[in-house]
Design a binder for this molecule. Structure first.
Ligand code: ATP
Ligand code: MG
Length: 770
């Protein structure tokens, strides 16, 4: 046996060595599914399969890169290079470029990201004069997206009375019209959105049998990771491509299906055996990632779900520490706890920052964690916020470049026709859109033919538009001889974008300039890399495609030692020695929006299972009794998921915040709330936990009345005067407008930078006079 195969156990070897046929590996977290895919590819190549004939689809581009470099160490760099590996979107974007003309698209089509799509929908809603409060553009976007992922085209939509009625019932009778206009406009702009990359691939493979045959012949071996989260559109592509040779290997875990809300269909995994002849089913049971405690706790959670395939997961790893559960008073305290715990673990156990991950249900939760990490000087990285390429200044520059490649790109044009400001107003842009729709041309074509079309513009405006058009045309000329970097550098100078951001000298402006510089550096690297590749093609087009499909996970450079912060959805497939799962509160996790049906709740539970199974050595679960959400302080109860874990795997920490609990200090957090209104919710005890120390159960009864405490009750009552500028921990700087009341009741009305005018009771508000 080849030596590299010794790194697999027997159960893993079976699917690895099974060269041909359809097979599915269903197994729990950490059991080596991704490892099997990786080694299987290496083994296929070892058996003489041409890497050109292998297609591997992963959930992130980062996962694909990691797999590829692992394979390269086994079979050699040059062989591994020829493998087709990546996400569905990146692989099929590439194929669509080759075949674009079949579908009437230019091969340099633009890829609209979510922001572009939503802007276009928003503009269509306005053009159709619909009420934007009824037709919320984000909702419309996700509706259209789910139609596309179910392969419901505009035509199919209008032929389906049920869908039409459902939208009418939802008070959106014009949804079909928006959908149609959106699709027409994307087509005219030579643009595909993310969902089109799958939808159009399906169209390509069904309408053109010769194209299908070509790719079936090419991809003789197909492998799919995280199969449980494929949607219908992806499912059909895989089915079509694998139909001829039926050499298909998918791996997944139904217990980790967490994208149903975006159309993932768990039935794809459940029905796999029906779709192919003679399907071999493999199971892996041994988890190599986590301690016994974590594996068993995760099993006890997922047991509560009714809809699941029966699976065994065990580990030979050490028992490990219990999962630590901690209750905090506020989200701020939670952040501070996480930061100090990371700090302690680093010191005590010689860990690095990159050994820690903080996982949360919603992106908004990251702020409190970030603040606390910053205060402790712990470097961190947030995944899943805006990707670098979606930042305003970067999109501005990229929009110029997109327009050079594809002048029909409407969203790019609208974005920069008046940025930096050149006196072209919204009315003019609206008129251009109307003209473009009227003549059925792109806006840029209207601009190039201003004198020939009927459009009401004064001569000043005409000149400005003419200058803009000439400038873009000059970039197009330059693009024929210059490389992507040279062009981009020229564009940033000539358009005045750099100057625009430099103008104000604010830290934001400087940061934006630095980002543009970073973009240029990236392009330079890209150009250098391209020089080395023999088959490099139109480089700016390729650069823009990479950029459009880059997710935040992909921008990571090297092995940077930072704590990772991300939503649980993004953490799928990853692993970290220490994992903090924060915000385990009812209505947050499980999310308030997911409590209506059992199946929604079960998806939340699977999400929790995914979170917990990311941890190798130690997991922490935290919740806060009150938290700022939507600008309000909300009381919360601990998540049912904590209760669902068997007690024996948990260690309940004595909440640090309560050991040093001081009502005066805490009252300061509330600032504007009067003492008798400060309500500490009786911390709902985790019912079954016998080991909860008595003092932890802190009910309002055992709080001393505020008057008996020795806080600084007279903090400000004589010092503060109208006109003072003060600083508050939460609201920032503010000016005192009014002072009223006496003694302990003195209140001040203060106009804060962050939060507007507030009336604060001075004996509680922790203010600093500046
Ligand atoms: P997930 O469900 O989270 O995606 P997975 O089933 O894909 O997990 P892998 O990521 O492939 O699991 O493996 C989990 C960890 O266990 C990895 O660190 C991997 O290197 C290690 N591992 C897997 N199999 C073995 C083995 N036979 N010997 C040693 N380590 C292994
Ligand atoms: Mg995996």
């Amino acid at each position: 046996m080849e030596t590299f195969l010794k790194q697999l156990n027997e159960a893993q070897l079976a699917p690895t060595l099974q060269k041909d046929g359809a097979m599915i590996v269903i197994a729990g977290a950490g059991s080596g599914k991704t490892r099997v895919l990786t080694y299987r590819i290496a083994y296929l190549m070892h058996q003489g399969v041409d890497p050109f004939n292998i297609l591997a689809l992963t959930f992130t581009n980062k996962a694909a890169r990691e797999m590829k470099s692992r394979i390269a160490t086994i079979v050699g760099e040059s062989e591994a290079k020829n493998l087709w590996m990546g996400t569905f979107h990146s692989v099929f974007a590439r194929i669509l470029r080759y075949e674009a003309d079949r579908l009437g698209y230019p091969s340099n089509f633009t890829i609209y990201d979510t922001q572009d799509s939503q802007r276009l929908i928003s503009s269509i809603i306005k053009e159709l004069k619909l009420d934007k409060d009824v037709y919320k553009y984000k909702q419309i976007y996700s509706r259209i997206s789910s139609y596309k992922n179910s392969l419901i085209t505009v035509k199919a939509y209008f032929q389906n009375p049920e869908l039409i009625e459902a939208d009418a019932m939802a008070r959106r009778p014009r949804l079909g019209d928006i959908y149609k206009e959106y699709v027409d406009r994307c087509f005219k702009a030579g643009a595909m959105d993310f969902d089109d990359l799958l939808l159009k691939t399906n169209e390509l493979l069904t309408r053109f049998p010769d194209v299908l045959a070509k790719y079936q012949d090419r991809f003789r071996y197909i492998l799919v990771d995280e199969y449980q989260d494929t949607n219908h559109s992806q499912y059909l592509i895989v089915r079509a491509l694998s139909d001829r040779f039926q050499n298909i290997c998918v791996v997944g875990d139904d217990a980790q299906s967490i994208y149903a809300f975006r159309g993932a269909n768990i039935n794809n995994i459940l029905n796999f055996q029906r779709d192919y002849d003679d399907v071999k089913v493999f199971r892996l049971e041994q988890n190599y990632r986590s301690t016994k405690n974590i594996v068993n706790a995760a099993n006890s959670i997922i047991d509560k779900n009714q809809t699941k395939l029966d699976k065994v997961v065990w580990t030979a790893n050490e028992e490990g520490a219990k999962i630590k559960v901690n209750r905090l008073m506020t989200d701020g305290d939670e952040g501070r706890f996480v930061a100090s715990s990371i700090f302690e673990n680093k010191m005590q156990n010689q860990m690095h920052n990159k050994d820690f991950a903080v996982l949360y249900r919603t992106n908004a939760q990251s702020r409190a964690i970030e603040d606390a990490l910053r205060k402790r000087d712990i470097p961190y990285r947030i995944f899943g916020g805006l990707s670098f390429y979606q930042r305003k200044e970067i999109k501005d520059v990229l929009s110029y470049l997109r327009l050079v490649i594809n002048p029909a790109d409407e969203e790019a044009l609208k974005r920069i026709i008046n940025f930096p400001p050149r006196g072209i107003g919204q009315t003019t842009i609206d008129r251009l859109i109307v003209a473009a729709n009227g003549y059925d041309r792109s806006i840029f074509e209207i601009l190039q033919n201003l004198n020939k079309v009927e459009i009401n513009l004064n001569s000043g405006t005409r000149n400005k538009l003419q200058d803009f058009t000439t400038m873009i045309e000059s970039f197009q000329v330059m693009n024929k001889s210059a490389n992507a970097f040279e062009l981009a550098e020229h564009v940033t100078k000539v358009t005045g974008i750099l100057k625009e951001f430099n103008k104000d000298g604010t830290p934001e402006g400087i940061a934006r300039m630095e980002n543009i510089e970073e973009l240029l550096n990236g392009m330079k690297d890209f150009v250098e890399e391209q020089k080395e590749l023999a088959d490099a093609t139109g480089s700016l087009t390729e650069f823009l495609e990479d950029v459009a499909l880059a997710t935040d996970l992909d921008n990571e450079k090297g092995d940077i030692d930072r704590v990772s912060l991300m939503t649980i959805h993004l953490a799928k497939g990853l692993e970290f020695p220490y994992v903090y799962i924060v915000g385990l509160e009812e209505d947050l996790f499980p999310s308030a929006m997911s409590m209506n049906t059992r199946s929604e709740l079960e998806e939340e539970r699977r999400l929790f299972y995914v979170a917990l199974t990311r941890a190798e050595k130690q997991a922490y679960l935290t919740y806060a009794l009150s938290r700022y959400r939507w600008g309000k302080l909300i009381d919360s109860d601990p998540s049912r998921f904590i209760e669902e874990i068997d007690d024996e795997y948990l260690e309940i920490l004595t909440p640090i915040e309560e050991r040093r609990f001081n009502p005066m200090l805490d009252a300061n957090i509330f600032g504007d709330v009067e003492p008798n209104k400060i309500r500490y919710k009786p911390a709902k005890t985790i019912r079954k936990k016998t080991e909860v120390p008595k003092k932890v159960i802190n009910t309002p009864k055992n709080l001393k009345p505020l008057s008996q405490t020795n806080g600084n009750t007279n903090l400000f009552d004589s010092k503060l005067v109208v006109g003072n500028v003060v600083k508050h921990i939460r609201f920032g700087k503010g000016e005192v407008l009014k002072i009223e009341g006496k003694g302990a009741d003195i209140k001040a009305e203060i106009d804060f930078e962050n939060g507007g005018v507030k009336k604060l009771l001075l004996r509680f508000a922790k203010l600093e006079i500046l």
